[in-house]
Design a protein around this ligand. Structure first.
Ligand code: GLC
Ligand code: CA
Length: 558
């Protein structure tokens, strides 16, 4: 078997910097704050830090709307702060992955400002402008954040395309100048020492230029047009350019946020022989508790659906590429609130989620605070929400006559803000996140769930994560094994085997408050316990009697 690449046997810690740690009391997490907490991060046993963007941005989409790719936003600090942070990361033997938002810029970016002023400006062709059709938008494509994907500019009598918010015009990757600007930016940060890139929304780079109308969604003139802009064949070419011109010569690793992906395209992106991307982060993997792609139509967790999605991705990528494993990120409500049992078994179920996900094949991506078992903040006022997606959806809902109470519940459960509340550091005011007024309210339960308390508790979620990352490292079954799910239709059990030549592993997880039993396959007789969220599994005569939300992993060397 080929030796693992460094990023395959690594674990990644994702930081959402505005909510991580505020070093100067202005209420906003910052880069110095990250630097001050590097020992904490290193103590988890992670190898890589990925931070969401901290560049100059009007913050219309949580920093994913960039107005200057080469400068740090003053909210987050200075270039010196960045250099100090990256040096501190490297001193501790860790690496740094930068978030690169290449599908769109902010509308306040100088390129877009120049494009708006003059059709003849070379910057006009950096973006996607079209004439209207019969006095309306060039097509009825919906924006991912609601409403039309086109915005009219009266001065030009043209519309520009924005797949995301109005303040995020899409770049025109068919213009070679745009590609060369992007390559320069990637080189700029590589010169500053970044070790890799997380490529944001990167499978949307090519849009079908004739912009055909699509089937409208119910109650709306606009429709999902992903078939016309997601994963088009031309995207492969762009990936190869990035790989050949920057990533490969400079030895940088990549992980690409991708959605709406079929098997063949996924393998095409991530097959090492093709030289496109190192790893895929299938964004829509967790859409298992909602109706289709509509996150504001929640459904209870469908465990068989989750297992099938996981099993599908494990099979697609095994021997064909590499996968990022995650239970949460800055675009998701907290995993514990969503998939676990926050009310009765918060600690046990938070550990179970890690056990269920992180023995699969791939690189664990741990989102800040999930290692503490943080929950959604449970805001009590609509005014506490900050995210553009939440605010747009709320407006649309209220316009349809739905009640504020309904939307408070819905946003609590489903909004991206659910994962963006400040990190709970300790029991002091504002959870120790800031000495000032936090830009976003902290979680009400920070006195019980915080890093400081968990540091001193051997049975905390935090210490479970540390153990888990330690025991999975370097294991051939974890790294290379084939994945096989058992009992795939069972609504409460999530169980899989990882089968390598010299070693087998089984991860057993009871996603319920019920006591259940499960017969272990004979081949695990005499297996060793790798990790467990209860003191010790109760296994007699090959039958495991599972307590509520119990999870464990066994391993056996052949
Ligand atoms: C990605 C980011 C998300 C952002 C979007 C547009 O999905 O993770 O936060 O809103 O891209 O940049
Ligand atoms: Ca600050």
């Amino acid at each position: 078997m080929e030796k693992a690449k460094w990023w395959q046997d690594a674990a990644v810690y994702q930081i959402y910097p505005r909510s991580f740690y505020d070093s100067n009391g202005d209420g906003i997490g910052d880069i110095k704050g990250i630097t001050e907490k590097l020992d904490y991060i290193a103590s988890l046993g992670v190898d890589v830090i990925w931070s969401s963007p901290f560049f100059v941005s009007p913050w219309a989409d949580g920093g994913y709307d960039i107005a200057d790719y080469r400068n740090i936003s003053p909210d987050f600090g200075t270039m010196e702060d960045f250099e100090e942070m990256i040096a501190g990361i490297h001193e501790r033997g860790m690496k740094f992955m930068m978030d690169f938002v290449g599908n769109h810029t902010s509308d306040e970016h100088p390129w877009f400002q120049a494009a708006l002023k003059d059709k003849e400006s070379p910057y006009h062709d950096y973006y996607i402008f079209r004439k209207g059709r019969d006095g309306r938008e060039p097509s009825n494509w919906a924006s991912i954040f609601g409403g039309s994907a086109w915005e009219y500019v009266p001065e030009l009598d043209e519309y520009y395309l924005h797949l995301f918010a109005k303040k995020q015009p899409d770049l025109n990757w068919e213009n070679p100048k745009v590609v060369s600007e992007v390559l320069d930016i990637l080189d700029f940060w590589a010169d500053k020492g970044v070790d890799g890139y997380r490529l944001d929304a990167i499978n949307y780079l090519y849009k079908e230029p004739d912009f055909p109308d699509v089937e409208p969604m119910s109650g709306s003139p606009y429709g999902f047009a992903t078939e016309h802009y997601a994963n088009k064949p031309k995207v492969h070419e762009h990936f190869r350019t990035l790989h050949d011109k920057v990533m490969a010569p400079r030895g940088l690793t990549t992980v690409a946020e991708v959605a709406y992906l079929d098997e063949e395209t996924a393998r095409g992106y991530a097959d090492p022989a093709r030289g496109e991307l190192d790893a895929l982060y299938p964004f829509d993997l967790l859409n298992v508790d909602q109706e289709g792609y509509d996150k504001f139509s929640p459904l209870p967790l469908d465990l068989p659906k989750l297992k099938k999605a996981l099993s599908h991705w494990q099979n697609v990528m095994h021997d064909h590429g590499w996968l990022a494993l995650f239970i949460g990120n800055h675009d998701q409500p907290r995993a514990l609130s969503r998939f676990g049992d926050e009310d009765q078994y918060p600690v046990r179920s938070a550990k179970l989620l890690a056990n269920a996900m992180y023995f699969l094949q791939g690189t664990p991506y741990i989102y800040q605070g999930d290692e503490l078992g943080m929950t959604v903040p449970h805001y009590t006022e609509l005014s506490q929400f900050r995210d553009v997606e939440a605010i747009n959806a709320l407006k649309e809902g209220l316009a349809r006559g739905e009640s504020k109470e309904h939307w408070l519940k819905l946003l609590d459960k489903r909004s991206r803000d659910g994962g963006r509340a400040p990190f709970s550091w300790d029991t002091s005011d504002h959870a120790g996140f800031t000495t000032g007024r936090p830009w976003m309210d902290v979680c009400a339960n920070y006195k019980d769930i915080n890093a400081e308390l968990e540091e001193h508790d051997a049975d905390s979620v935090l210490n479970f994560y540390r153990r888990l990352l330690k025991v999975r490292k370097g294991r051939s079954s974890v790294l290379y094994g084939r994945t096989e799910f058992l009992e795939i239709e069972d609504p409460k059990l999530l169980i899989y085997e990882r089968i390598a030549e010299d070693e087998i592993l089984i991860s057993v997880n009871n996603f319920s408050r019920d006591e259940l039993s499960f017969r272990l396959p004979d081949k695990f007789q005499g297996a060793e316990l790798l990790i467990s969220n209860c003191r010790k599994p109760d296994i007699r005569d090959g039958v495991a009697r599972l307590r509520p939300w119990e999870a464990f992993t066994l391993i056996k060397t052949n």
